[in-house]
Design a protein around this ligand. Structure first.
Ligand code: SF4
Length: 394
C-alpha cells in the first residue's frame, strides 16, 4: 500500500486539532495547504459550494460512524463494503471522497477503476483494529503454523476491517475476506477447504461466529498473540485448535461490558439489548440480538413503536438512530464508551479542505494500493463475492 507523499508543512491548525502528537503511530498526518479553522462559520456553505462545483465528478461516501457534520454531505451512507461497492458502481465519478478510515479507502481503491482517485480527507484516520495485524506479524504467524505442520490445513480468513496487504495475504494463501454480515457463510466456505481457520484481525467476530453460529467449542478456539513467541501457543494447542483467533479487537466495540447489559436491564424495564458481533463474547451471549451495523439499523427501523432498545455500537450511529426514530426509546448501552476516535478525525474542516483542493485541481490525501497487493486482495474479495447471495447484497 502506498499513499501520496506527505507534502511540505504542517499548519498550526493541524496541531490544534490534536494531530502530529504521536508521529510514530500516525501515518501521513500532514496535509498540505491551510486547513480551515473549525470555528469558521462558513464551513457548511464552503463544503456545499465545492461539492456543487465538482458536480458528478465527485462522489462522497459516508460511513455510518461518521459525525453528522460530515454525513450531511454524503451521497450515500453505509458500512465499509457497501460504500466501496457504491463507489465502483459510479465510474463517472473521478474522485471518491471517503469519509471513513484508511482500510476503507483502500478497499474503495481496490474495487474502483484505475481512472478513479480515492481521497481520505485525513490520512490519520486509521483503524486501531486493522493496525493490530501487520503483514510481517501475519507472515511470522504463518511460519509458526508451518513449523507446527498445520499451515497447509489452515485457511486464512480476514475481516473487511483489515489493511489491503492482509487481504492480499489471504488471497495468496487460499483465503478469503468476510464482513460482519456474512462471516458464518465465509467460515463454512473455509471449513469446506481446510481443517482450521486463522481468523484476522478481530478475535471477537471470529469467536462469536464460530461458537454461536457454527457450533464450534470455545475450547477449540485459541488466541494467537503476535507479541508473544510463537503467538503464546504450543504446537499441541495449535494442532488441537479449529479456530486460531488473532489477538485484535475494535477499540470501540471491545469496551462494552456484561455489567453494562445488567445495568441497563435494571434501569430500563423490558429493554432489548442489540449489539455488534465485534463485542466481547460475554456481552454477545447476554444480548437479545446480535448483528452488523446494517442489521441493527433495520432491526430498529422495523420494530413496533415504543420498543425500548439499548444499542451496543458506535455512538454517532446510535445518536442518529435515536434522532430518526423518536417513536422508539433508544439508549446507548454503555456510559463509558465514546466515539471511534479515528473515524472522528474526519471533520468538516478536513472535508472542506479536500473538496476545495479538488475544485482547484489538486488531488490531496489520495490512497492507492499497489498493483500486486490489489491483485491478490481482489482474489480474496472475489472468493467472498462468489458465495451464493453475495453479489446482490447491499
Ligand atoms: S469502530 Fe472499531 S473497527 Fe471501526 S474504525 Fe473504529 S476502531 Fe476500527
Amino acid at each position: 500500500m502506498t499513499t501520496t507523499p506527505a507534502p511540505t508543512r504542517t499548519p498550526l491548525s493541524l496541531f490544534v486539532l490534536g494531530q502530529g502528537s504521536d508521529p510514530r503511530s500516525e501515518r501521513g498526518v500532514e496535509c498540505p495547504g491551510d486547513l480551515p479553522p473549525a470555528s469558521d462559520p462558513a464551513l457548511v456553505e464552503r463544503a456545499r459550494r465545492a461539492k456543487a462545483a465538482l458536480g458528478e465528478r465527485v462522489f462522497v461516501l459516508g460511513h455510518h460512524y461518521q459525525r453528522d457534520e460530515v454525513i450531511q454531505f454524503a451521497d450515500v451512507t453505509g458500512d465499509s463494503f457497501k460504500l466501496a461497492r457504491e463507489a465502483a458502481a459510479r465510474p463517472e465519478a473521478e474522485y471518491i471522497v471517503f469519509c471513513g478510515v484508511h482500510f476503507m479507502a483502500e478497499s474503495a481503491d481496490i474495487l474502483t477503476s484505475a481512472a478513479q482517485k480515492v481521497v481520505l480527507p485525513d490520512l490519520a484516520a486509521g483503524c486501531s483494529m486493522a493496525d493490530m495485524a501487520r503483514l510481517a506479524q501475519v507472515e511470522d504467524c504463518w511460519d509458526v503454523l508451518a513449523d507446527a505442520g498445520v499451515a497447509d490445513v489452515t485457511v486464512p480468513v480476514t475481516y473487511m476491517n483489515s489493511s489491503a496487504d492482509i487481504k492480499a495475504f489471504c488471497g495468496r494463501e487460499g483465503g478469503v475476506v468476510c464482513t460482519s454480515s456474512n462471516a458464518k457463510k465465509v467460515l463454512e466456505w473455509a471449513f469446506a477447504r481446510g481443517e482450521k481457520v486463522l481468523f484476522l484481525p478481530d478475535q471477537h467476530l471470529g469467536r462469536n461466529t464460530a461458537v454461536l453460529e457454527m457450533g464450534i467449542g470455545l475450547d477449540e478456539c485459541v488466541l494467537y498473540d503476535p507479541h508473544q513467541v510463537n503467538g503464546g501457543l504450543s504446537v499441541e494447542k495449535l494442532r488441537a485448535a479449529k479456530m486460531i483467533l488473532w489477538k485484535g479487537h475494535c477499540s470501540v466495540h471491545g469496551r462494552f461490558t456484561p455489567e453494562a447489559v445488567t445495568d441497563v436491564r435494571t434501569r430500563v424495564p423490558g429493554v432489548k439489548v442489540i449489539v455488534h458481533p465485534e463485542c466481547q463474547h460475554e456481552v454477545v451471549l447476554m444480548a437479545d440480538e446480535v448483528g452488523s451495523t446494517e442489521f441493527i439499523i433495520k432491526a430498529v427501523e422495523s420494530a413496533p413503536p415504543g420498543t425500548r432498545w439499548a444499542v451496543g455500537t458506535e455512538l454517532n450511529l446510535v445518536q442518529r438512530l435515536a434522532k430518526a426514530h423518536p417513536e422508539q426509546e433508544i439508549t446507548f448501552l454503555e456510559q463509558h464508551v465514546c466515539y471511534c476516535s479515528t473515524m472522528n478525525r474526519i471533520d468538516l474542516p478536513h472535508l472542506v479542505w479536500a473538496l476545495e483542493n479538488l475544485v482547484d485541481g489538486h488531488v490531496v490525501n489520495q490512497v492507492t494500493v499497489d498493483a500486486d497487493t490489489e491483485h491478490h486482495a481482489l482474489v480474496a474479495l472475489q472468493r467472498m463475492l462468489d458465495l451464493p447471495g453475495e453479489t446482490t447484497k447491499d
